[in-house]
Structures are given as structure tokens and as C-alpha cells.
Write a protein that binds this ligand. Structure first.
Ligand SMILES: O=c1ccn([C@@H]2O[C@H](COP(=O)(O)OP(=O)(O)O[C@H]3OC[C@@H](O)[C@H](O)[C@H]3O)[C@@H](O)[C@H]2O)c(=O)[nH]1
Length: 260
């Protein structure tokens, strides 16, 4: 009798654990989300939405009450960056590479998909070029088909190795088309050109934001950009590595400031 009871208790123990897990998942707390009426609630696609900058934009648009679809191929993006939204009725996460076409219905597209840190985008320059050219073409095609507005996350690197400081929008840049950074610089330049061609020829509503060197939470520890490198080296008590003569100039911004 005693053994029977013991066996029974042993058998139900894993079940109890499962029930506890299920209960926890039902009472999962999401960050606070505004209620928007049907009329104000937009269906928004964020490519690269699980990335460093993209995931902060995902947070902002989710908390504003929109329906957000994140598309990411997880090359530099991470599921962990958006896991706090998984299961929310306004949120969807799709593992997809923008180099392949995508057919969904949306009102707005924030096109951020691309590695952004120099070591990451130089790791596979052809892939970086495909992402920024074919990927942007696919997203503009989608915008045209569904009548969505598209915002392209461009970069200060469209100015190349600038001869003017600080750079304003009238400056056309100083770019080496065959230099080590060309895959990203020229990829983003042609992406901008495509946006304006789709606007002029097809009437697609576009926006282009040239994002400068960004730092903040969810940056990879081994991102390779200067801020995370210096922090890591400082924490490890190592000397900070300044490349070249250290006379470079950069404009920095905090990641949350990029999303307001
Ligand atoms: O460890 C380091 C890293 C970088 N640097 C220097 O610090 C400066 C900044 O370099 P980063 O690697 O942080 O990146 P960059 O500013 O060159 O480009 C970045 O900023 C603009 C974004 O739009 C781009 O996506 C991103 O590549 C460069 O002059 C670089 O030579 C160091 O001195 N030491």
C-alpha cells in the first residue's frame, strides 16, 4: 500500500510541474500596452526587429498599441531581444531573410534588416550587399503592392570617409566603392536610391533615416563597435584599443533616442 502511494506520487510529480509551468505562462506579464482603436491601430512590419536597434523600435510600437510583425533571420538579431512579447496578441515573430520575397498585408514597414557593426557586415560582404539591395527591393515591392509607407534605416556611412564635419544632409559623401566598407556604404546608398526611385516612379511613400553610431542596451558584447569594445576592455582592466592615430570623428547616440 505504502509502495503504491509512493509510485503514485512519483508519477504525478512531473505532471504537477507541467501544470505549474502552464499556470505561469497564462499569467505572463507583458510590458504595458496602450489601447488603440481599430482606426488608429496600424499593422507594422519591422525587418530586423529582433536586432539591437530594431528591438527597441518593436518595444516602442508595441507599447504604443500597434500590431507588430517582426521579421528577422537572426544573423545578428536575437530572439531574446523580443521574447517579452512572444505570445502577445499584437505580436508576431517570423524567421525570414528579406533577400527572399515576403507576402503579408501591412500598413507600415520599418526596414532595418542588415548587420550594422563593421566586423559583422564585413564578415560576408556579398550577403551584406544582397540584404541591402535585394532585401530593400523586396520590401519596396511589398510597400508598393500593399500601399504601405516604408522607412529605411540608413546610416552615417553613406558619407563614407567624410571631408566635412559634422555631416549635414546636403553633403553627398566621400565613398570608396571598392574599399573594405563598400558593401555596407554602397549597399545603403543604393537602398536610399531605390527608395526615392519607388517614390518618384510608383508613388510609394518613403522615409530615410541616416542613423549614426548607436550604443545602449541589447548591444552584443562582441558587437565590435567602439563603445562596447571600450566598455568590455575597461571592465576587464585591459587597455582600450584606439585604431589608427585616434584622430577619427564620430557622432554617437543612445539607442532609445533613435526610436522617439
Ligand atoms: O575598438 C575600437 C573600435 C573602433 N575604434 C574606432 O572608433 C571609431 C568608431 O568605430 P565603430 O566600429 O564604432 O563604428 P563606425 O562609427 O565606424 O560605424 C558605425 O557607425 C555608424 C553606423 O551607422 C554603422 O552601422 C556603424 O558601422 C572608428 O574610427 C574606429 O576606427 C577604435 O578606435 N577602437
Amino acid at each position: 500500500m505504502h509502495n503504491l502511494l509512493l509510485n503514485f506520487l512519483q508519477a504525478v510529480a512531473p505532471l504537477r510541474e507541467k501544470i505549474r509551468d502552464l499556470e505561469q505562462s497564462f499569467s505572463q506579464k507583458y510590458p504595458p500596452v496602450k489601447f488603440l482603436s481599430e482606426k488608429d491601430r496600424k499593422r507594422i512590419l519591422i525587418t530586423g526587429g529582433a536586432g539591437f536597434v530594431g528591438s527597441h523600435l518593436t518595444d516602442k510600437l508595441m507599447m504604443d498599441g500597434h500590431e507588430v510583425t517582426v521579421v528577422d533571420n537572426f544573423f545578428t538579431g536575437r530572439k531574446r531581444n523580443v521574447e517579452h512579447w512572444i505570445g502577445h496578441e499584437n505580436f508576431e515573430l517570423i524567421n525570414h531573410d528579406v533577400v527572399e520575397p515576403l507576402y503579408i498585408e501591412v500598413d507600415q514597414i520599418y526596414h532595418l534588416a542588415s548587420p550594422a557593426s563593421p566586423p559583422n557586415y564585413m564578415y560576408n560582404p556579398i550577403k551584406t550587399l544582397k540584404t541591402n539591395t535585394i532585401g530593400t527591393l523586396n520590401m519596396l515591392g511589398l510597400a508598393k503592392r500593399v500601399g504601405a509607407r516604408l522607412l529605411l534605416a540608413s546610416t552615417s556611412e553613406v558619407y563614407g570617409d567624410p571631408e566635412v564635419h559634422p555631416q549635414n544632409e546636403d553633403y553627398w559623401g566621400h565613398v570608396n566603392p571598392i574599399g573594405p566598407r563598400a558593401c555596407y556604404d554602397e549597399g545603403k546608398r543604393v537602398a536610399e536610391t531605390m527608395c526615392y526611385a519607388y517614390m518618384k516612379q510608383e508613388g510609394v511613400e518613403v522615409r530615410v533615416a541616416r542613423i549614426f553610431n548607436t550604443f545602449g542596451s541589447r548591444m552584443h558584447m562582441n558587437d565590435g563597435r567602439v563603445v562596447s569594445n571600450f566598455i568590455l576592455q575597461a571592465l576587464q582592466g585591459e587597455p582600450l584599443t584606439v585604431y589608427g592615430a585616434g584622430s577619427q570623428t564620430r557622432a554617437f547616440q543612445y539607442v532609445r533616442s533613435a526610436n522617439v
